[in-house]
Design a protein around this ligand. Structure first.
Ligand SMILES: *[C@@H]1O[C@H](CO)[C@@H](O)[C@H](O)[C@H]1NC(C)=O
Ligand SMILES: *[C@@H]1O[C@H](CO)[C@@H](O)[C@H](O)[C@H]1NC(C)=O
Ligand SMILES: *[C@@H]1O[C@H](CO)[C@@H](O)[C@H](O)[C@H]1NC(C)=O
Length: 474
């Protein structure tokens, strides 16, 4: 049943009103929090409160489109944008004493301390499109906390460090928001020593997201040890994978009994060893890699102890080449919506500029190699063709033809398709020899069902009322 017109009008009014209330930037914010127009900062500083970073609809939709393209890829082959040490933000724990400005490419004055890896919280990172988050956990003051275990940065674990359970709850709360329950999320725990206290890790995981976790037993018993795809996971009601390991410490892995936590299944490398496409550092067609960054900086002008960007792992300031190379986890610091934009290769900014229907035809323009909605499907372009045996092998049709997904213009052994990731997108570009091409977006177009039901709209109203209340009574 579709919704009566007046109800739709009321809802549109509410959405607009709440969007306006929500859009106001907090004038007391400083630093990156100010740059992104954070809506609420603590203590007149860069401590942007969780959930207060505005993220524009185009960015949200385009990042989601890209993730959806990977729906039939096994979990360990998915590319997920990764917030390095995502737990360690300027709003909490020792991150509050962070005094550095952040303005690449030459970020730091000598006498400042950058203790935090991120300006923004899990909630905002996930809102922006990050899907891999990282937690260092350290048992101290009788609680499992989020802090850099055995830290080389002169900061001991303290009572100010947020509890591990609070971090897991924040992630779970985000997943439980309407529309987020099918988003694939990876949590990387970096535990360098055996700390025991298994319950302090496993209980919050069980209580906040137990049903959603693909456990090591699920992987073994249900999928025979082969990583399932997002489509399979959705069917099973799962969307979280947690893995642990470490590049530092003994190299041993501490999965707290292996009830929820997998052993690390990828190779960890410092960002400074990465090279651009087509070389791609040591990325090849089959290995799973995480290239990680380090933005931390501390010491003083006579004794600089550490500078992540120059004498540490290096920092990823732009995701473009990591996406082209299909690095599974490009992990970086100080993630903002603008940085996420560098990872996008599908819709051009402002596209699609009309409502998609099941008849829509989409092409990649040779000018910027991005997706555009065509207003004339009879335009003659070459087709994007993917090998039926090797998904990384791309070519284009010999002749340029009108858009018609049912009449396949591709050569034998190839099918009309759409690149499922940045690497394949680049392979198609290489094969196109600077021609614009039609792509087959059929599976990603609306099925024509149209107007939402009243039930769907009413749950949206409930959500908006909650947002309105939380905005005004924080
Ligand atoms: C921040 O630094 C001050 C001064 O050194 C210290 O007293 C305080 O404990 C620090 N805060 C945190 C959360 O570490
Ligand atoms: C890919 O790289 C890994 C190391 O990261 C190596 O073990 C593997 O043999 C390489 N595979 C191919 C097909 O080159
Ligand atoms: C700089 O740091 C070093 C080592 O921590 C310390 O010995 C020295 O007193 C500091 N100098 C200043 C000017 O704070």
């Amino acid at each position: 049943m579709t919704c009566p017109r007046f109800l739709v009008a009321v809802i549109v009014f509410l959405v607009t009103a709440v969007a306006q209330v929500g859009a106001q930037a907090d004038a007391t914010c400083t630093g990156i929090s100010k740059d992104v127009s954070c809506k609420k900062c603590r203590d007149n500083t860069h401590k942007c409160m969780p959930g207060e970073v505005p993220v524009d609809d185009w960015l949200i939709a385009t990042a989601k489109q890209q993730r959806e393209l990977q729906i039939d890829e096994p979990w360990n082959r998915l590319q997920m944008l990764d917030a390095h040490n995502g737990y360690n933000t300027r709003a909490w724990g020792y991150g509050v004493n962070d005094t550095c400005p952040w303005s690449p490419p030459n970020p730091y004055p000598m006498d400042c301390n950058n203790y935090a890896n991120q300006e923004f919280s899990f909630t905002d990172l996930l809102n922006m499109g990050v899907r891999a988050v990282e937690i260092d956990n350290w048992f101290c003051f009788n609680e499992m906390r989020m802090a850099h275990l055995g830290s080389t940065i002169d900061l001991e674990c303290s009572v100010y460090d947020r509890l591990f359970s609070d971090g897991i709850k924040e992630i779970a709360d985000w997943i439980n928001l309407p529309g987020n329950g099918e988003e694939m999320v990876k949590i990387y725990m970096n535990e360098k020593f055996d700390q025991g206290n298994d319950d302090s890790v496993n209980n919050p995981l069980r209580d906040y997201m137990g049903e959603r976790i693909l456990t090591p037993a699920d992987l073994k018993n249900t999928y025979g040890g082969q990583w399932p795809t997002p489509r399979q996971l959705r069917k099973a009601g799962k969307n979280v994978v947690i893995a642990t390991g470490s590049t530092a410490g003994s190299g041993e892995v501490y999965p707290h009994g292996g009830v929820y936590i997998h052993k690390i299944y990828w190779e960890d490398l410092q960002m400074r060893y990465f090279t651009s496409y087509p070389q791609c550092g040591t990325k090849n067609l089959t290995n799973a890699l995480r290239y990680y960054s380090d933005s931390t900086h501390y010491g003083n002008s006579t004794h600089l102890k550490h500078d992540g960007p120059t004498n540490g792992a290096g920092v990823i300031y732009d995701f473009t080449e990591f996406v082209k190379c299909r690095v599974q986890y490009p992990a970086t610091d100080m993630i903002t919506p603008d940085l996420i934009k560098t990872a996008l290769f599908t819709w051009a900014e402002g596209q699609p500029d009309a409502k998609l229907t099941k008849e829509s035809c989409v092409w990649i323009s040779k000018t910027d190699w991005r997706w555009y909605l065509s207003n004339d499907c009879s335009t003659k372009l070459k087709y994007a063709c993917q090998s039926t045996t090797d998904p990384d092998d791309w070519t284009v049709s010999t002749s340029a033809v009108s858009y018609d997904p049912s009449s396949d213009a591709c050569p034998t052994g190839y099918k009309f398709s759409v690149p499922q990731d940045g690497f394949r997108h680049q392979k198609l570009k290489d094969a196109s020899k600077d021609n614009s091409v039609w792509i087959n977006t059929t599976p990603w177009l609306p099925n024509g069902a149209g107007t939402p039901s009243c039930g769907q709209l009413m749950s949206l109203v409930a959500l908006l009322v909650c947002l309105f209340i939380s905005n005004n009574f924080y």
